[in-house]
Structure formats: structure tokens, C-alpha cells
Design a protein around this ligand. Sequence first.
Ligand SMILES: Cc1ncc(COP(=O)(O)O)c(C=O)c1O
Length: 482
Amino acid sequence: MTTQTSNPMWHDSILGAIGNTPLVRLNRVTAGVPCTVLAKVEFLNPGGSVKDRIGLAMVEAAERDGSLKPGGTIVEGTSGNTGAGVALAAIAKGYRCIFTTTDKQSQEKIDVLRALGAEVIVCPTAVAPEDPRSYYSVARRLATEIPNAVYLNQYDNPANAEAHYATTGPELWDQTGGRITHFVATAGTGGTISGSTRYLKERNPALKVVGVDPFGSVYYKYFFTRHFDEDEIYPYVTEGVGEDILAGNMDFDLVDDYVRVTDRETMLMTRRLAKEEGLFVGQSCGMAVAGALQWLEAHAGELTPDDVVVILLPDSGFRYLRKTYNDQWMRDHGFLDQRLEITVGQVAAARPERAGLVSVNPADTLGDAIALMGERGISQLPVMDGGAVVGSLSENRILHVLLADPGARERAVGTIMAEPLPIVPSALHLEHLSTYLEREPGAVLVQDGGGVYTIITKSDLIGALALLSRDGQRVMKSGITE
Ligand SMILES: Cc1ncc(COP(=O)(O)O)c(C=O)c1O
């Protein structure tokens, strides 16, 4: 009788359990999608997120290049997940960890980092990246002040994207038997999407890659224009994704299309993934799936039953128990409020006077435009040329022009008008509308089925919300009494 020797079934440390996460088919939230849609379930990594992959890779790269020596200190800026991955590597290899994070991140993430033995410094979110108080600046400073310390800098550290090139990409290829046709992912540092895609496109250059961004991040606009627009930056709630900087690991040339998703869509889809698919995942997972479904709906005509779409789900729902999975938090942020289901078209249709759009011609004088605005009591005017929208005038614009040139009243509108007002689809939900109206010139145009334009301003939105809340109360009251 011979003794059977089998391969050992254990890992030498928790680091061996990183990666090789499963692909799971989405069955319910994808109803109507004419192809296979799979989720790469990264919360099954030991630290609870995709970032375990880069924690280990960046620590080992720092050991190799000599910047991290035995007994050294690792400093990193993290929204929480990278910190957990780095902390696991640090525990296995005997390093001290100091992490900087922002006050936007959930308490659960900070608790996890401390549980893993790290020191955590919470910095303000609402400061510019170059501000000395930002979590980027504090991490950089600490790494220079503390002896034998290294700043890993996941944003620009090539070991980040390399880790995904070496692990995530090959896993996606092998687990689909090379059948993956579309890859959808969110981006923060860009390591996940750039590294995985670089590998996958080497295997199949026809692969389509879609990035998903939150409203309030610079990536979406940068992808389409290659212009870093600071006006795109405003606070949003979804954690870990989108940026107010261009991270070195983000390679836009590898991405084929970009979509963006509101916080509300993100939170609601995150909850649906738990309830309908049994995937208890984090916010950016809801964002990735909401973005993927948006893209798949817009491109339904191009899809075939053989297509295999993979969406990467970065982290776990346990990190958001006091946020996305808490009803009060969801209500406080308006994410459970049905009023926002109302579309711009419905607001336009409910406007008291719909007697046609008040506009001026490029050949009219500024004086004519000012008189018209005064007569109608309006603050913005579209400029139309033979039915086409060619520009706009707002009170701010007029003031600016008159201050610079008091004789400008005689000038033709066409020489001083600003960009046309954004034209939004009538199916746009109110929450998307507010992101347009918060910016100059504070108005949009919406076109109905017959091609007729209506202007929607901030005061229209306020009026619509007030009306809806009044009607909503009436409906609620009648529901109680009947
Ligand atoms: C929850 C979550 N989702 C997505 C990402 C984005 O991943 P990447 O930095 O690889 O672009 C991060 C990054 O920190 C994250 O924490």
C-alpha cells in the first residue's frame, strides 16, 4: 500500500487567500438584457475588497526597490479598502502602518483599519488635493518626517495597475474561457480598470471597456474631451470612486466609453444587488452595475446572445451598514424619496404658460434683449437662429459685458452671447437636472416629441418640488384616512 501525498490545502499566511474571486451571473437586475452579464465578486478577498491585490503588490514592490526596509513604516492615503489590503501585507511581513483618510469615508472602514493594527488619521474631504490638510498632503508629509517610512501612493504607483495586469485580467480571461466581450468597472486610482484592461486587450483587442463615474468627478468629462475641468468637481456621497485629480494609474486610452451615475441610482442599485441577487456589496458595486445597465440599454441593438459582459464589484456591504443599508441615512440623503422619479418632461408639461419659448435672434441688439427680459421678468434668454439654438444670454453675462463696455447695448447679441443652454432629454430625472441647474447659467432646454423647446430654470424646479411635496402629502393623508 502506498501513502497518498496530496497538495497541502492551506496558505502560508492570509496573503495566499487574495485573488481568484468567483464570477457570478446576475439574474434579476439584468432582466431584459440580451446577453450574459457576470459579476466579479471582489468582496470575497480576505480584506473585503479588490484592493487586497494592490496592497500586497505595492508593499512587495517597495521591498524590491529598497524603499521599504525591515521594521519600516508604511504610509498611505486610502478611502479604506487599500488600507485594509496594505494592513494585511504589513501584518504578514511585520511593518507598521499609518493611513490617512477623509471624513467622508464610512466609520466601518476606519474601524477595520484600526482592527488590523493601523494608525488612522482622518482629514477633511472638502479641501483641494494640494491643501496641506488634504489626505494626500498629510500622507506625503508623514512619510518624509518619519524615519524609515515609505509613501506607497496608490494613485501613481505602477505596482497598482501591474497587480491587476498580473491577477485580475488573467482571472477574467480564464474564468470566462476567453469569452469576455465587455468589461465594465469604476475607477478611482484607475489601477483596476487600466491593469485588467491592458491584459484583456492584449488577448482580445476587440474587447469593449466601459468606465463608470459618479457625478462630481473629473474623469467622465476628461475621457470625452481630454480637458481637466475643475467645474466638474463637486461633492458626492459614493465612496472610493471618481477623482478630483488625474491619477497616474488611470489610462484613458484603454477605455472605450464612459457613463456616469448619480448617488441615488448607486445606492438603490446597491440595495437591489443584496435583495435580488444575494450580493451584499458596497456602494461602488451598485454604481458599476447601474452604469453597466445604462450602457447596455443604450447599446442593446449591438449586443448578441453570445456576448459576455463582466462587471467588477469592488467591495463588501459590511463597510456601509450605517450608510447605504440604513433606512434613516438613505432618507436623510433623499435616496428613498420617490419625488425624484419625476422627469424633466413632466416638469416642462406642468409649467403654467407654455406659449412657446421666449428667445432672441443673433442679429437683435443687446438693448432689445434687455428690454425683453425686463418685460417678461426672466433672467436667461436662449438665442435662436432659424429654429436652431445657437447661444444664450443670462443676467450675469449681460452684467459682465456692460461693465466691460457700457456702450454694448448697441451690439448684436450674436457677438456677445454665451454657449447655448444645455439641452437635456425629457426623460431625465429631477436629481440629474439639479446637477445642471446648480451651475451657470442655471437653466436648461428640454425638447418635447414635437421638437418644441421649453426652458427650465431653478425656479421651475423649486416650483415643481414644492407642488410635488404638497400633492405627496395629500396622497399620504388620503391613504391614512381611507
Ligand atoms: C469601494 C471602491 N470601489 C472602487 C474603487 C476604484 O478602484 P481603483 O482605485 O482600482 O480605480 C476603490 C478604490 O479605492 C474603492 O475603494
